[in-house]
Design a protein. Structure first.
Length: 735
């Protein structure tokens, strides 16, 4: 009986593929099937490795690799009462009882991990059924696990019409079989314990399981895929790279799913032929010969700069006040940006838009980078408000985020960690973490995050929002519980647990996830050690969630001699503190600095704005708008300093030169918005010169001449969308 070989030919041209007997190319060498690794677990434990997470309900037990390589398998976890005994079926590298096994995978390899227990364990059976074979109707294929010690080898023919094969092993084992069609047949699918048309069938024997395999005789149909631009198309035995045309023979009347995957910096721009639309996947019915085209194009950078109090969203961008944000856009497409002023009655002035109307800016993205600026002005700051954020998780993974006092840690259990009240206009990033640690096991975002394609989603909370995250795998979760002895806290993985207990001392975790928790001593306490699923005295601990777990953190009282002062700087400016290095913030970025002071000392903080910026005020342990603040260090303290860009600001001192008519003066300044600029020159309190002109936003200079020496007052007044803004210089001119 011959195993089915999918023939794939890729070339830089299109054309018909001449077929020989059994669907193989008549004038082309058949490509070698990729090396594969099949894993089985006897008893209750898990095995992990590249592409493998197998056992205790995890069914990632089969993986195909792009080339021959050595895969290190690890008998990672034994269930309670079980222990790892050793490896079997690893003929190339006998690993014995070592938990870590480096296995060369050059072809179709099988590895079996055996776990044992001293307890009495019930046995369960995994059986496979195939159609009965006769002299005129063969079964059409075989099903096998290639195991020496626990074989399942169903290969019926007319002489030996075996139609059911089975293996009986300890309850809790995980067994894997694969289908192998004969030449001239294709696999028709699984029923029973497995479903679908995947090459493998994996079962977790919590009870006896039975599967049926079906093979169908047929001639093949030709699928041709052509790729334009930098990307690949895969599916149906095809993996077609950039600039290529690829052919494969497919079973007739099957529905094949093709997936378009752009390279970094490129976007998928559409299907052609038997496929259409902009979705990354396309299903093709092979009821005849089919041709498909896929086109990829270089992404175009779009940057948005936000000045003043407001946010801009759209085109994958969520940008806050004082930030410059970028996103890559599909070329030759429109992008609509929406401005949301933070202040009631505020308004926005756009630059760089193709067209703008009120809060909306439309950008016609071509093939060159685009830059847009949104400048907010006016209005009254609203009272502090919060909006509800709700996250829903499906599959084996979790979503995490932290913004201010709002914390999200959400699994498929969908408990209290899936909701938070977030302060209005807060920008937060949600991160999707597959339990397997493999980013490819994250499927998609939905709801308010549906525009994002990677494992992160950035939201600006201008209203209530709901988000969905979908992962591969089941919805199984296990509870991680914590207990605190002494004065301290356990945080991480959704826990926020103190000695008082309560709801923060238990959180549902995605099955098989490896999560990290931290012991945080309170002021006057020290962490002395872990108990339960954690051990040792390090402040952090990783817990593997293959079952429900509990941890204990113990803290002891100590005498504190110092306390930390944490300073956060938003915008361009510097906070100087006694006895500490300067904490410097820049435009569009925030800076956080920490310094320890002796208990009882008073720290003096001074806010120094950068050129073109003004000090907006303090929050935290300081308040108000005075540039100097004192903080008594009786305990740990936090201070926030905010600097904002000025609408009108001097950038240099005035420059003066002598001329035959008197003194030539140049004023250097920056305008934050478009408007009418008025110059007033006073000499000995009398106005000697007035001038009016129109200016655009940006760095500017204004030059004029005065005749006599003496003391002068030069005043510039800018009247724009946000009102009037003025700056002055006092200058003495001497002959």
């Amino acid at each position: 009986m011959g195993a089915r070989a999918a023939a794939v030919v890729c070339a830089a041209f299109s054309g018909a593929l001449l077929l020989g007997v059994g669907g193989a190319p008549a004038h082309a060498a058949t490509l070698t099937s990729p090396p594969t690794l099949k894993v089985e677990v006897i008893g209750m434990g898990t095995v992990t490795g590249s592409g493998i997470t197998c056992g205790l309900g995890s069914l990632g037990c089969y993986s195909a690799y792009g080339s021959a390589q050595t895969v290190t398998l690890t008998a990672a976890t034994a269930a309670s009462g079980w222990s790892f005994s050793g490896w079997e079926d690893d003929a190339h590298t006998p690993c014995g009882s070592a938990p870590s096994c480096p296995l060369p995978v050059n072809g179709d390899e099988t590895a079996t991990a055996v776990f044992t227990t001293t307890a009495v364990v019930q046995t369960e059976t995994f059986g496979v059924s195939l159609p009965a074979a006769t002299s005129t109707t063969p079964a059409g294929g075989a099903v096998t696990n290639s195991s020496t010690n626990y074989p399942i080898d169903c290969e019926p023919d007319a002489a030996s019409p075996v139609t059911e094969c089975s293996a009986t092993v300890a309850q809790g084992s995980t067994l894997t079989v694969v289908e192998q069609p004969d030449a001239g047949y294709f696999f028709g699918g699984w029923t029973g314990a497995c479903s679908g048309t995947s090459v493998r069938c994996v079962v977790y024997l919590s009870a006896s399981r039975y599967a049926n395999a079906n093979f169908v005789a047929a001639t093949s149909q030709t699928l041709t895929v052509s790729v334009t631009g930098n990307g690949t198309v895969s599916g149906g035995g095809i993996s077609c790279p950039a600039g290529s045309t690829c052919d494969a023979q497919e079973p007739p009347n099957t529905n094949l799913t093709l997936t378009a995957t752009p390279q970094n910096g490129y976007a998928f721009t559409g299907w052609g032929g038997a496929c259409s639309g902009l979705q990354a996947t396309c299903t093709v019915q092979m009821d005849t010969t089919r041709s498909v085209t896929a086109t990829f194009a270089l992404l175009v950078p779009l940057s948005v700069t936000v000045n003043g109090s407001g946010t801009v969203s759209g085109g994958g961008i969520g940008c806050d006040s004082g930030q410059t944000c970028t996103a890559n856009e599909v070329p030759n497409s429109p992008v609509t940006l929406t401005a949301t002023p933070a202040n009631a009655g505020g308004f926005v002035f756009w630059t760089g838009c193709t067209s703008a109307s009120g809060a909306l800016c439309t950008v016609s993205v071509g093939t060159s980078p685009v830059a847009v600026t949104a400048s907010f002005s006016g209005g009254t700051p609203p009272p502090a408000a919060t909006f509800a954020l709700n996250v829903n998780v499906t599959g084996d993974g979790y979503v995490t985020s932290s913004a201010g006092n709002a914390t999200i840690y959400c699994t498929a259990a969908n408990g209290p960690g899936c909701t938070a009240n977030v302060q209005s206009n807060t920008s937060l990033t949600l991160t999707a973490v597959p339990a397997s640690g493999t980013s490819g096991d994250f499927v998609s975002w939905g709801g308010a995050c549906s525009a994002f394609k990677s494992t992160t989603c950035t939201l600006t909370m201008t209203g209530a929002a709901s988000v969905q995250a979908t992962f591969a795998g089941s919805n199984t979760t296990y509870v991680l519980s914590g207990q605190v002895t002494g004065n301290g806290r356990i945080t991480g993985a959704g826990l926020n647990c103190t000695t008082a207990g309560g709801s923060g001392c238990a959180a549902s975790q995605a099955a098989t996830a490896r999560v990290t928790i931290t012991a945080n001593p309170s002021l006057g306490s020290a962490f002395t050690g872990w108990g339960g699923a954690c051990t040792g005295t390090l402040s952090t601990c990783s817990v593997s969630m293959t079952q429900a777990r509990s941890v204990t953190a113990t803290f002891a009282t100590v005498s504190a001699t110092s306390a930390s002062l944490t300073t956060s700087v938003s915008g361009a400016g510097t906070v100087k503190a006694t006895g500490s290095t300067d904490c410097v913030g820049t435009a569009g970025k925030s800076k956080t600095c920490t310094h320890d002071y002796p208990i009882g000392q008073t720290a003096t903080l001074t806010a120094v704005p950068a050129s073109g910026y003004a000090f907006h005020g303090w929050t935290g342990s300081c308040s108000g708008t005075k540039k100097t603040c004192t903080v008594p260090m009786t305990a740990a303290k936090m201070v926030d300093a905010t600097f904002v860009r000025r609408v009108l600001a001097a950038t240099h001192r005035p420059t003066v030169s002598r001329t035959s008519k008197g003194f030539r003066v140049t004023l250097h300044f920056a305008a934050g918005e478009r408007g009418t600029l008025r110059l007033a020159v006073l000499h000995t309190r009398k106005t000697v010169l007035r001038r009016t002109t129109q200016v655009a936003a940006g760095s500017r200079k204004l030059t004029f001449t005065v005749a006599r020496p003496g003391r002068y007052l030069f005043t510039l007044t800018l009247t724009g969308a946000s009102g009037k803004h003025a700056i002055s210089w006092r200058v003495t001119l001497v002959r």
